[in-house]
Design a binder for this molecule. Structure first.
Ligand code: ADP
Length: 366
């Protein structure tokens, strides 16, 4: 088990900067997710850790050992890929045995380790079966077994759940997390799926355009996104982001709404020049009858029932289509319908202020 550190790592493909000045460390035994939209540089980062791609500049360390000059085979890593990458004509047992066999570990010592791993993954009953006949979820468990069997320093997971059905995804998500914690193996998980990252990782690193945007525990990213990209990327439905300005008395005023943050926060919130964007999550918007006081008045233009929740789109002001629209997520099923006039209560504790020019959350930690 070892730490992984990227120190000012960059990767260029021709004139494409796939990864730019990337600084990140993953503690021993930690599972760190690299999360971001397609093309943001996640896989390139993982491939550089694996040694499948070289770095253009910077260094990668496993513990205090620089590895960017080492071939993949000399790095003591295992990889789990989205398409499982198993040997189709071999049995479950033979697939898991393979990494040991190529290292000359056979006989009783190998059998014992393979047996343990199969037991751990609930694959004992299937040991003799051909992997090609197994479900996607079982195949991926075999691939995980193959990764674990030789106790690598690091496991790199590249979108491991992408090809699975929803129910298999949920099962394997929990399974990978359980095994990773049990074996305390340092892991990096690449995913474009925030639910996956949040469910599985100790910390999540959000990337965009090859640049690390923020790294933190899932809750930190959710409650205190460092910038507009992270604010918008994490959370579903996404955070409401609205043009706003400070008015007298510490009020924040936008198109059809007005809110007064706690006086203790105002010092930081008002620090900075120029335009601001205010952000509030849909679940921090309460929907009340129109006669109740609130931060905004509006008309419901759309109701999306989600069973235990309703997601309401509310046009602020008279609802003539000219004003700002806000999304509210409230416990469901609610009595509200499109066309209803409502009063909105914004939970001002949760109202965030971003600099429009730099996109930075004014309360972001340095
Ligand atoms: P992600 O995994 O987040 O989808 P990638 O790391 O695959 O992103 O890609 C990052 C950027 O690098 C993209 O612009 C992609 O087109 C580019 N890229 C990736 N691999 C290559 C390659 N082998 N040659 C040229 N450009 C590449």
């Amino acid at each position: 088990m070892s730490s992984i550190a990227f120190v000012s790592v960059s990767k260029r493909y021709g004139d494409v900067d796939a990864v730019k000045a990337f600084d990140l460390s993953c503690a021993p035994g930690e599972m760190l997710a690299l999360l971001g939209p397609s093309g943001c540089g996640k896989s390139t980062t993982l491939k550089m850790a694996a040694g499948i791609e070289s770095v253009s500049s910077g260094e990668i360390y496993f513990g205090d050992r620089p590895v960017s000059g080492l071939a993949p085979g000399a790095r003591n890593i295992a990889m789990v890929f989205e398409d499982y990458a198993l040997y189709p004509r071999m049995s479950v047992w033979e697939n898991v045995a393979f990494p040991l066999k190529v290292r000359g570990i056979t006989g009783q010592p190998a059998a014992q380790r393979i047996g343990e791993v199969l037991q751990l993954l609930g694959l004992r009953q299937m040991a003799e079966q051909d992997v090609s006949g197994l479900s996607g979820g079982a195949q991926q468990r075999v691939a995980i077994g193959r990764a674990l069997v030789r106790d690598p320093e690091v496991i790199l997971f590249d979108e491991p759940l992408s090809h699975l059905d929803a129910d298999q995804k949920v099962q394997l998500r929990a399974e990978i997390k359980r095994l990773q914690k049990l074996r305390q193996v340092t892991s990096i998980l690449v995913t474009h799926d925030q639910t996956e990252a949040i469910a599985m990782a100790d910390r999540v690193a959000v990337m965009n355009h090859g640049v690390l945007q923020q790294v933190g525990a899932p809750q930190d990213l959710y409650e205190r996104p460092a910038n507009l990209f992270v604010a918008n990327f994490i959370g579903e439905p996404p955070m409401n982001l609205m043009k706003a300005a400070f008015a007298g008395g510490g009020r924040v005023v936008g198109g059809g709404w007005s809110a007064t943050p706690d006086a203790a926060r105002l010092g930081v919130l008002t620090q900075g020049e120029g335009a601001i964007i205010a952000g509030i999550r849909p679940e921090h918007v309460a929907v009340n009858p129109p006669e109740m006081p609130g931060e905004a008045q509006g008309v419901i233009v759309y109701r999306e029932p989600r069973g235990d929740a309703d997601v309401l789109t509310v046009a602020l002001g008279t609802g003539d289509g000219g004003g700002e629209k806000l999304i509210a997520e409230i416990p469901g099923p609610s009595p509200w319908r499109a066309g209803d006039r409502v009063s909105l209560g914004l939970d001002v504790k949760s109202l965030l202020i971003f600099d429009a020019a730099t996109t930075r959350n004014r309360e972001a930690l340095q």
